[in-house]
Design a protein around this ligand. Sequence first.
Ligand code: TXA
Ligand code: MG
Length: 323
Amino acid sequence: MVTDSEIQSAVAVLRRGGLVVFPTETVYGLGADASNPDAIRRLYAVKGRPTDHPVIVHLAGAAELDYWAREVPAAARLLAQRFWPGPLTLILKRQPHVTDLVTGGQDTIGLRVPGHPVALALLAAFRGGIAAPSANRFGRISATTAEAVRQELGSDVDLVLDGGPCAVGIESTILDLSGDTPAVLRPGGVPVAALEAALGRPLAVGRAGAPRASGTLAAHYAPRTPLMLMAGDLLLELAASLGRQGKRIAVLAREARQPLGAPYVWVAAPAGPDAYAHELYASLRQLDAAGCDVILVEQLPAAPEWLAVKDRLTRAAASTDER
Ligand code: TXA
Ligand code: MG
């Protein structure tokens, strides 16, 4: 795992404006000193992300909320106490000193305390905020292992801290508390129902006119291979028909069984939503690497526990539609 001296090296890299990839419980993050505009510029360049898209600032603890946010409503303190460290990002009104590069020029900032010992050790030693998007090129599949990070970003980063596979496997839930009505901008690691229970009120998901969140663009989280999401019976029919046309088929199945003798690249996903999320990005990377003509993904149940993974797959498929 990660040693103390690696943490010290990572801190030194951050202090001189470099880029450090670090594990979180959700996905790996591509980190830079949130107070150093030059470091953030480099982060955007490596990520290939447009500069008007904000990045989340990672904190060592909820005590740092007021340094970054100028208004911290009671709901934010309650949720921070309840869910941090953990996969929840809060959007709050920013303090004036926060650089536009972090906020994408908006009046708000995204803040989160990650629930991973390596991330927390790094943040505690660095004693500052770490701006970090997911450690993948813009629009592509997030990385949940250090190996995936190396394949994705290679030598463009200064240091990769290897904390093993990420426990949650998909990104944090983003809750906007900067306006009059709280709204979920991105479903993720913390179930919306858990936030609703804590706040004692129902939450809107994906409110129109919400601040821009790049992970909420229709096309995102996408493999290079075209991806389609459909019911299991349809999937088997389409696979058979494409197979007859000589196409190579990759499948991410749930309940559908691989037809005997069919030469598909087949990954059977775990049954429950948490295990499914844990495997999702690794499975998509594996299927993408198989060099097939298409990835067919079996549709997920409509139940609310599936909201977050469904969101990611729908966006991955949307990128295919736009090609
Ligand atoms: O789990 C996660 O959230 C991971 C780990 C590394 O913490 N991070 C992550 O970052 O997913 P990223 O940049 O890939 O996605 C963060 C999303 C983006 O869609 C960004 O636009 C949105 O959060 N965001 C950040 N600050 C925001 C703000 N002030 N208002 C609205 N959206 C914001
Ligand atoms: Mg991302």
